[in-house]
Write a protein that binds this ligand. Sequence first.
Ligand SMILES: [Fe+2]
Length: 206
Amino acid sequence: MKADNRLHFGVPILEVQLQEVRDRAADIAQALLQLRATESGIQRSNQRGWHSADDLFNRPEPVYPWLSDVIFQIAGKLIRHAERLPDDEELLLSSLWANINDAGAWNAPHAHLPCEWSGVLYIDVNETPAESQSGIHDGDILFFDPIPVGAPYRPAATVAYTPKIGTLYVFPSYLLHMVAPHFDERPRISLAFNFRIARNLKQFAR
Ligand SMILES: [Fe+2]
């Protein structure tokens, strides 16, 4: 597996391209659009967009256990690498949900604390979106520097990434991020997830 560590702001943002997800993306998108047609969804950072329940790994349709397994294996490997955790360190996929953004929908800035690691996997995106301003494209994911002072002390306070279908990003859950609106007819479809390091949940004084 070839992964990139973008290390923006000194924070690990790990990226990998998953061909097996790209190959099945049309089927996955169809399943998620079907789910949206039957479930009203929940309100989180989504503005105008649809956010599914956050336990998609409990759904019976075969695509969901398959996705859970791919994410658990691949993101787990990236997290172990970034944290220098041994292979037997217990990681928990604690939530998995879908976002479907129609034209004009976006996601407000947010983080995923108190989880340790979070990520996103893209199912249907415009891979050649229009550029708006300052190098930001419609539908980009933007990350915010945890010390957002900008020049002359730091790099620009935000960085924008343009994902492809099958791109997976993993980043620390404290990292503030948002999704820019897009204006395409096709909805922007992504999955998002949180991981916990089991050891941290088991450490109590009493
Ligand atoms: Fe998020």
